[in-house]
Write a protein that binds this ligand. Sequence first.
Ligand code: HXC
Length: 303
Amino acid sequence: RAYSHITSEARGPVGLITLNRPKALNALSPELVAELSHAAVAFDADEAIGALVLTGAGEKAFAAGADIKTMSSKGYMDMYKSQLFKEMDQIAQLRKPIIAAVNGFALGGGCELAMCCDFILAAGEITAPHPTHPSLTPHSPLTHPSLTPHSPQYHFSPLTSHPVSPAPNTAKFGQPEIKLGTIPGLGGTQRFARALGKSRAMELVLTGDLMSAEEALQRGLVSRVVPAASLLDDAIATATKIAGYSQPIVAIAKTCVNAAFESSLAEGLKLERHLFYSTFATEDQSIGMKAFLEKATPEFKHQ
Ligand code: HXC
């Protein structure tokens, strides 16, 4: 299927989807969301693909939210009947991992879309070395000997509520719907609250203020902050690493971590234990452990 609001391409074992309406800051129109879920579901079903990466085209935005032009004239029954953006649920229900590589604005539905993904890498200025690909970590502003927290490149006070980023491509997160006379509708209130805790989630939802990549990192919304120039390479390298493991085992691991947000600790522990035992029904568990004992690299068969 040909897409006009996104691009979709395989990068080795990684399915890369790029939101591609840069002039509208990749705003989520109904057509874009339909294409996005179609492409994501197609990669999920493709045995050659082990993990997905989702990013936004252009320097300025991952996605600046639902398309306000499309929504502005709608009434309640229009929204109710069309179930606007219902396809978005499919992103959160993919079996394969999907990594959000967030460059620039992730606002409203854009922030919610990033939070539907399994983890978020954010473009920003405080960098930590890539755990397995040091070459993906260009010089880090914080470790450069000439740079102190007071030097001009160090712009973010992680806890300020009004971070102003100097670079358009650094990630900024927020749920500014309150400014439009509406509220988040794709999980923002729920996933923000779980990720940030009640107080900061409430403040951001009620004020519409934005949060820097560095604050998002500090609060655990994102897994790592990466220089904008290497964000996509890092996301693809990370996805490639995951894609090198057994697909069914990766899916089980994802299911278990997600269960931590859906169940009591006792239920989550029980699920984990049963699914841990179940991995011993796969060929890939034998392959992985045998390879370890033989000091060889496992070649997983995804079964
Ligand atoms: C439609 C959008 C858009 C959006 C930006 N654009 N965001 N179009 N829907 N959400 C368009 C602008 O109209 C403009 O088009 C172009 O993108 C560039 O944007 P500017 O505003 O000129 O850029 P800038 O001054 O740099 O400001 C960037 C910005 C601002 C701070 C991100 O664009 C902004 O506040 N956008 C809206 C963010 C927002 O409120 N999102 C939540 C939406 S509600 P033209 O044609 O003028 O050049 C939502 C609900 C989800 O997401 C729940 C659904 C169920």
